[in-house]
Design a protein around this ligand. Sequence first.
Ligand code: FES
Length: 221
Amino acid sequence: LCNWCSYAGADLAGVSRIQYPTNIRIIRVMCSGRVDPVILLETLINGADGVLVTGCHPGDCHYIVGNLHAERKLRMLNKLIALTGLEQGRLRLEWVSASEGARFADLVKEFTGQIRKLGPSPISSENPNSNLLENMLAAQMAAASFRLRILVGREKSLVEEGNVYGERLSQEEFDEVMDDAVTNEYLRSKIYLMVKKEPLSVKELSKRLDLDSREALRHIV
Ligand code: FES
């Protein structure tokens, strides 16, 4: 929860004695924009069944655009998570203002209900799904990569202001670049983790990743 809106909203829910599930663990950060995608993935890898990030409504962020940064980070992260095979819906971003105590309580109720329907995280049980866990570690490595960090940080300027030559990308063009980068970084991290465990030929890698062998070779190169 961001300090300036959502945490105050949660506080209001508390002082107004509005009931909400107690199995959430609140972490206060100064702004939703400061939540690093790598930490969100680490939280899921370490066994959290779901993560809800909340910040000020657009236009209300104490740091002007921190919540818009959070939105871009989460959008990229959900694309990465989709590649791992972990169910969608375990990670969510919402806006809660300081005066929305009741909304905060409703949101927590609704989110915990959604997570309950999905069940416990498949990587938090005693026998975690090792393939899924490896995929999540690959996603974490990809999220930490220079390329994805730069792309997320430069989205606004590339789409709204353009590059040093004054060339602007349309949102669709940027999304295409981002989708491509997310897939490439994920596959490269996955290959790195696979060959760290045991030596594998390009042919074996392409079979296990269900990739064309030329494509697998391209990633290795
Ligand atoms: Fe609340 Fe930035 S301070 S989202």
